[in-house]
Ligand binder design. Structure first.
Ligand code: NDP
Ligand code: GDR
Length: 347
């Protein structure tokens, strides 16, 4: 039985990756940091199928011990301070988690067993102010936030450990990916959750920042498959993972409100406080390399993703689940990978 250790298993991607690895027959361990109350909502019933090991990216000895306990063939480093605006408020802490945390984990691997394969969750935020579009593995990096800078450090350390020590270390440069398990502060889920609340009469207005920013948004469950595929190759390489399509935040709100028959202009208010000190205006990925070498491509179109997230938020709010990030089943994959009809379309 192959064994994997996931850092960030309680996050959006961690829960989808744990599901995938369990389906693929892995023994799955997850690193979890201590908090005053447990935070396993996204894991749902997976909680009983994975082994959770206490540890923190800030603490090297806990990483060494997590590797000794889990004895993994593969480590997926998904843990990070992942919210871009917070990185301006807490730049040093973001650097500790998101940048130096990568080195701590790589050093732990080198110390315990350098044959362990390592995946680093790199980000399209590293491209930042782009000089070409779409962006691929050779595009210049120009990060625009402390988060982007920290991710770039982690990316280069991953490359460096591959080149210096021959570790099988790969960096997946993933563009934005969303799901019903997305944190509420990220724009997609903020919008779909608010739309569902407005539909149910629980909220009147939605405050937004820059509606003109453009992103390449895909579905998280698709993207964790790319992570796993990168770790199964004969030699370690870095890959861009994206849909190749670009949409504005304005389109996002238009589709989400339109899905329940409302016009976003009646509900959205612009709040200048939500603008960022430096914006990434436009991102669109070119995943031709991943398609050619991994056979990977995104399966869920943007419009379907947004509508599915609104539907899931409506179902969760109506059920009064009490959790903002429940372990919602992966709606697109319960019928042979074909999208389901919307869960709860409201005309
Ligand atoms: P989330 O914010 O949902 O999850 C982050 C995870 O990291 C949580 O499990 C969190 O634990 C954990 N974590 C944070 N700090 C520490 C720490 N010091 N020690 C141990 N664990 C810690 O992120 P996503 O799942 O969306 O993203 C996964 C990774 O991919 C992140 O590194 C992110 O930066 C990167 N990424 C994400 C993209 C996206 O669009 N989602 C795109 C490109 C890259 P806790 O639950 O305790 O807070
Ligand atoms: P991003 O995602 O910064 O791209 O990072 P986010 O969803 O936070 O923002 C996307 C764009 O939407 C604009 N925006 C708003 N954003 C938020 N959060 N809230 C708002 O009210 C709002 N209004 C407009 C933003 O200005 C931005 O341009 C995500 C994270 O998952 C990172 O960890 C990951 O690395 C990158 O995606 C790829």
């Amino acid at each position: 039985m192959r064994r994997a250790l996931i850092t960030g298993i309680t996050g959006q991607d961690g829960s989808y990756l744990a599901e995938l690895l369990l389906r693929n027959g892995y023994k799955v361990c997850g690193l979890v940091r201590r908090s005053s109350s447990t935070n396993y909502d996204r894991l749902g019933s997976l909680r009983d199928q994975v082994e959770l090991i206490p540890g923190d990216l800030l603490d090297s000895s806990s990483l060494i011990s997590a590797i000794q306990i889990s004895e993994p063939d593969e480590v997926y480093n998904l843990a990070a301070q992942s919210f871009v605006p917070t990185s301006w408020n807490q730049p040093v802490l973001t650097g500790e988690f998101t940048a130096l945390g990568v080195t701590r984990m790589l050093e732990a691997i080198r110390t315990v067993n350098p044959k362990i394969r390592f995946y680093q969750a790199s980000s399209s935020e590293m491209f930042g102010m782009v000089n070409e579009s779409p962006q691929n593995e050779n595009t210049r990096f120009y990060p625009r936030s402390p988060y982007g800078v920290a991710k770039l450090y982690g990316h280069w350390m991953t490359v460096n450990y591959r080149e210096s020590y021959g570790v099988y270390a790969v960096s997946g440069i993933l563009f934005n990916h969303e799901s019903p398990r997305r944190g509420l502060e990220f724009v997609s889920r903020k919008v779909t959750h608010a739309v569902a609340r407005i539909r149910l009469g629980l909220q009147q207005k939605l405050k937004m920042g820059n509606l003109d920013a453009k992103r390449d948004w895909g579905y998280a469950a698709d993207y964790v498959e790319a992570m796993w595929l990168m770790m199964q190759q004969p030699a370690p390489e870095d890959f861009v993972i994206a849909t190749g399509e670009c949409h504005s935040v304005r389109e996002l709100v238009e589709i989400a409100f339109g899905h329940i028959g409302l016009d976003y202009r009646d509900f959205v208010e612009i709040d200048p406080a939500l603008y960022r000190p430096a914006e990434v205006d436009h991102l669109r990925g070119d995943c031709a390399k991943a398609h050619a070498k991994l056979g990977w491509r995104a399966r869920v179109p943007f419009e379907d993703l947004v509508r599915m997230m609104v539907d899931c938020d409506l179902v969760q709010l109506q059920a009064g689940s009490g959790s903002s990030t429940p372990n919602v089943a992966s709606p697109f994959f319960v019928t042979d990978g074909r999208p389901l009809a919307p869960l709860n379309r409201v005309s």
